[in-house]
Write a protein that binds this ligand. Structure first.
Ligand code: ZN
Length: 142
């Protein structure tokens, strides 16, 4: 089902995240503290190690994998909406090693920041709440 809603730009936040922090948790913390309930996230930088997820469509569950090495955040993009009435960050990351090889997936807790520059563009408009989707087993926008 396609459902597209208009939103308006509200405020753009830009800054750096703390060395040693958890990437997903730090972005989520900013959204909670700054009242971002709808918006987009992008970031570049580097991580000390990473934990990403891959959704097994048939089994309807995430399989997580850990990358225990320093990696560049070649790209991180995501969005902010609501889950259980609270700001929820859904982000995917593309990470690269010293040979330019890339790994990518659903950003999970357990990804440790080396250095990270983040931009959060918050929007205003109809808030999007996530709820269980029968077709996919994922918490999607209703
Ligand atoms: Zn995802």
């Amino acid at each position: 089902m396609r459902r597209i809603l208009p939103v308006r730009p509200r405020q753009t936040l830009i800054g750096r995240l703390p060395h040693g922090g958890d990437l997903l948790e730090e972005i989520t913390k900013i959204c909670i503290e700054e009242g971002v309930r709808l918006g987009t996230v992008s970031a570049i930088g580097a991580v000390q190690r990473a934990r990403l997820g891959y959704y097994l469509q048939r089994e309807r569950e995430y399989q997580f994998f850990t990358l225990n090495e320093p990696l560049e955040i070649a790209s991180l993009s995501g969005n902010v909406s609501l889950k259980d009435k609270e700001p929820f960050v859904h982000a995917h990351a593309l990470l690269s090693d010293g040979n330019g090889r890339t790994f990518g997936g659903h950003l999970a807790p357990g990804t440790v920041i080396f250095a990270c520059e983040v931009v959060i563009a918050s929007c205003e408009g109809t808030e999007l709440e996530r709820e269980a989707d029968d077709a996919t087993g994922l918490p999607l926008w209703k």
